[in-house]
Design a protein around this ligand. Structure first.
Ligand code: 26Q
Length: 824
């Protein structure tokens, strides 16, 4: 009977308008007479959401019915950005919504801008997870994301007097994209102790008892694919007191305070995202977050598997779990615990299942970013898991000992337990030992992990355990959504929007490289994007920038290894050169806007000084009458996904200038090139593969190669280390107070001059400024420049996250696409 009542959603503009009005008047309980942009956003989102959820239901039914193998992507970060625009694009009804909203008196762009970013991530790793979800759904893979529903995402950044100030990001006030599942909960245990006994068969059994319990509540976020009905699920866990609310027993006996405190302690677990990027700090709450999320997710995955009534041995045939860095490594231990302690499997059988289930992606070689947890802390919080880690390590070291007898140095080096004071658990080693595949995120990075941090493990497990999957980005958000005019132009030359599903079709642009109208339109679109950014800069910083100037952009998390300090030193050098010129000479120079954006981790002093220096230089340079348009230095506050969508299409040249061997991949490099910008960069991460694809004539590479970094660092400490003379001039000027009180900047200078220049700023400075001079020359030849841009875009097909996800699916997960029937 219910079939005849199935809601059909809307099909045309009229139906869309009807749904929007219905949501305004009923769901939002407002009148159309006082429907503002915010209400229009809410109602539009609700109307679109209705379509998503029906597809979501059909997708889940189909995946269950066919008993397909699923992949579970475990990530502590999903940097989703805004959803409405993306949902409309993927559903293919944006044009209809645009016309409908216009009929109701709204501009769709303004409505879209009402939405807050979902900023549950720090940077590259979190945004990669979001691109992966888009590709998984677009390619019809049965996939789930699992994460934490932080009440506060990454902080909002304000710049006050040139300094970063952090403001909490409370984003859940109105979030139409999540569905609370109060019936999907898991009880998560912490602390307590282990009781050892023997069962009736004489087997040793372990019971984890006591401690405290916290409840995990599921919140589901639908993830639509582009041009397909597949709508996957992102499940985010929220923590609650196990009793639901505060403890009434305590409450009634008058112990109000401790009753409320228990509740708050439980809810603290999912309260806030840790704002560190590429830095690990062993805080107990972070470990609690990790176990809470991992245990809830595994319970959920196992519950789904158990419904199929299959034997445990088939678990890896139905379940693939990918670990986004080491943050979810406890999942390995938790699955082993469930199989051995709760399901009664033998250790070896269980371990086989575990290893065949997990894959581990490494995102860094920076030693300060490698996760380690102290044994005492783990023992206290998760006593049974600590025992299991010791056992995993014991069996692993036994196999090593069998193959390399008597090699105690090797045993010490590969031990999951570091014999320090206190002892530490090396999470990367645990993740590696517990997975069947380990991958890096770009070729150079995947090679580096095999020769540095995991060198010994290549000997032990052989090279086949290690693989490379070069990162990718979704062209739906990073081309079509961020740069609709360019996307339309491309579609007119490549035969429609097929390139959004098969990015290699971009190579068809080559045929049009000499088409004068095409080239003119190309240039016009870049200019319009620059005008839009110039307007934003004017409104938010008060600085007027000339959209005809060369826009030079570095936007990413602020970190010494990414070398924003080198960029700002370079800008100072440019300023000093301009100042020294005669007005006649100056008149011949190319105007430039040096644009920065990015957040510093709140406790990262050096990164915060870099932000302050950038703003201090801007304050001087931007108001210097001698300089005018020739140089502007601006810092755009609160860089996030939606800002990126505006900034990236407006870039002429972007900076990807990490010390070689430090940036695992980088993904914004791909976004900039895809949007018709060129790159200045080091031979690091994915820059190398971008160069291979687009050709070295279309990229400005400079600096030390990764293979020489070690010896240079050594020579700084033990040989003679001469400061680059141009850089010395820059330092002199800073120390003179040209850019305000230099005290805070002293640490930036001494890191280079006195403390070994770990990031090779001085070594690379000359080639950096020389290369920028080449950029100036190249930009003057606009025709050649545009040719480079078009050729580059034409060669970017490889960097789609669709290619990347297909590689994971085939090489690591062994899963197949599953089509869901289109019903509407
Ligand atoms: C770990 C422990 C405790 C607290 C925080 C953390 C933590 C959080 C975030 C450690 C690392 C991160 C993020 C790392 C990250 O974003 N890495 C980047 O990953 C991208 C996707 O692969 C690469 O493109 C970048 O090169 C890499 O830096």
């Amino acid at each position: 009977a219910w079939r005849k009542h199935q809601v059909k959603g809307f099909k045309d503009q009229d139906g869309f308008e009807r749904e929007v009005v219905r949501h305004v008047e009923t769901t939002l309980a407002r009148s159309m007479y006082n429907c503002d942009e915010s209400a229009a956003y809410s109602a539009t989102a609700l109307a679109i959401r209705d379509l998503l959820i029906r597809r979501w239901n059909r997708t889940q039914q189909r995946q269950t019915f066919t008993d397909s193998k699923r992949v579970y992507y475990l990530s502590l970060e999903f940097l989703m950005g805004r959803t409405l625009d993306n949902a409309m694009l993927n559903l293919g009804n944006k044009e209809l919504a645009k016309a409908g909203l216009s009929e109701l008196g709204f501009r769709i762009e303004d409505v879209i801008q009402q939405e807050q970013d979902a900023a549950l991530g720090n940077g590259g790793l979190g945004r990669l997870a979001a691109c992966f979800l888009d590709s998984l759904a677009s390619l019809n893979y049965p996939a789930w994301g699992y994460g934490l529903r932080y009440r506060y995402g990454i902080f909002k950044q304000e710049i006050i007097d040139g300094y970063q100030v952090e403001v909490p990001d409370y984003w859940l006030d109105f979030n139409p994209w999540e569905f609370p599942r109060h019936d999907v909960t898991v009880d998560i245990q912490f602390y307590g102790h282990v009781v050892k006994s023997t069962d009736e068969n004489g087997r040793v059994v372990h019971r984890w008892e006591g401690g405290e319990t916290v409840k995990a509540v599921a919140y589901d976020v639908p993830i639509p694919g582009y041009g397909t009905s597949t709508t996957n699920n992102l499940r985010l866990w929220s923590s609650k007191a196990a009793s639901g609310e505060f403890d009434f027993q305590k409450f009634n006996s008058g112990d109000y305070e401790s009753s409320v405190a228990d509740q708050q302690r439980a809810e603290t677990i999912s309260a806030v995202l840790y704002p560190n990027d590429n830095l690990e700090r062993g805080k107990e709450l972070r470990l609690k977050q990790q176990y809470f999320w991992v245990a809830a997710s595994l319970y959920d995955i196992i519950r789904r598997f158990k419904k199929t009534k299959r034997p445990w041995s088939e678990f890896p045939e139905k379940v693939a779990i990918q670990l986004n860095d080491t943050h979810p490594t406890l999942a390995i231990v938790e699955l082993q615990r469930i199989l051995v302690d709760l399901e009664g499997l033998e250790w070896d059988k269980a371990w086989n299942i575990v290893v065949n289930t997990f894959g581990y992606t490494n995102h860094t070689v920076l030693p300060e970013a490698l996760e380690k947890w102290s044994v005492p802390l783990l023992q206290h919080l998760l006593p049974r898991h600590m025992q299991i880690i010791y056992d995993i390590n014991l069996f692993f070291l036994q196999t090593v000992e069998r193959e390399f007898p008597g090699n105690f140095g090797l045993l010490r080096d590969v031990s999951i337990i570091e014999e320090s004071q206190p002892k530490m658990v090396r999470m990367a080693f645990l993740a590696l030992v517990g997975s069947h595949k380990v991958n890096g995120v770009a070729e150079l990075h995947s090679d580096l992990i095999k020769t540095t941090i995991f060198k010994d493990f290549v000997q032990i497990f052989g090279p086949d355990k290690f693989t490379n999957v070069t990162n990718g980005i979704t062209p739906r958000r990073w081309l079509h959504q961020a740069n609709p005019r360019l996307s339309e132009l491309i579609s007119s030359k490549t035969g429609g929007y097929g390139f959004l599903k098969d990015l290699t079709q971009l190579n068809r642009l080559e045929e049009h490289i000499n088409d004068a109208d095409f080239r003119r339109e190309w240039a016009e679109i870049k200019y319009a994007n620059k005008v839009r950014l110039a307007k934003h800069i004017k409104e938010t910083t008060g600085v007027t920038v000339n959209p005809r100037a060369l826009f030079d952009v570095q936007v990413k998390r602020i970190h010494e290894y990414k070398r924003q300090q080198m960029n700002i030193f370079g800008a100072i050098h440019r300023y000093l050169k301009l100042k020294a010129m005669t007005p006649e000479e100056r008149a011949k120079q190319l105007p430039r806007v040096s644009i920065f954006g990015g957040k510093a981790a709140p406790g990262y002093w050096m990164a915060k000084q870099i932000i302050h220096l950038i703003n201090s230089v801007g304050a001087v340079v931007n108001n210097d009458k001698d300089i005018g348009d020739l140089l502007k230095v601006v810092f755009i506050e609160d860089y996030n996904v939606s800002k990126a969508e505006m900034i990236i299409p407006a870039s002429d040249i972007s900076e990807h200038i990490s010390t070689a061997g430090t940036e695992a991949s980088g993904t914004s490099n791909m976004k900039f090139v895809l949007n018709g910008g060129l790159i200045i960069g080091t031979c690091d991460g994915a820059n190398i593969e971008i160069t291979r694809e687009i050709g070295e004539d279309h990229i400005f590479l400079f600096g030390t190669l990764a293979e020489h970094v070690e010896e240079l660092r050594h020579s700084h400490l033990y040989g003679k280390h001469e400061l680059n003379p141009d850089l010395a001039r820059v330092f002199e000027e800073i120390e003179k107070g040209t850019f305000g009180n230099p005290d805070g900047f002293a640490s930036l200078i001494s890191a280079v001059r006195e403390h070994g220049d770990f990031y090779l700023v001085s070594d690379d400075f000359q080639s950096y400024i020389d290369t920028h001079a080449q950029v100036d020359v190249a930009y003057r030849d606009q025709e050649a420049w545009i040719t480079s841009c078009i050729k580059s875009v034409a060669s970017m097909g490889f960097f789609s996250s669709d290619r990347c996800i297909t590689e994971y699916a085939e090489e690591i997960w062994n899963i197949e696409p599953l089509k869901v029937k289109d019903e509407d």
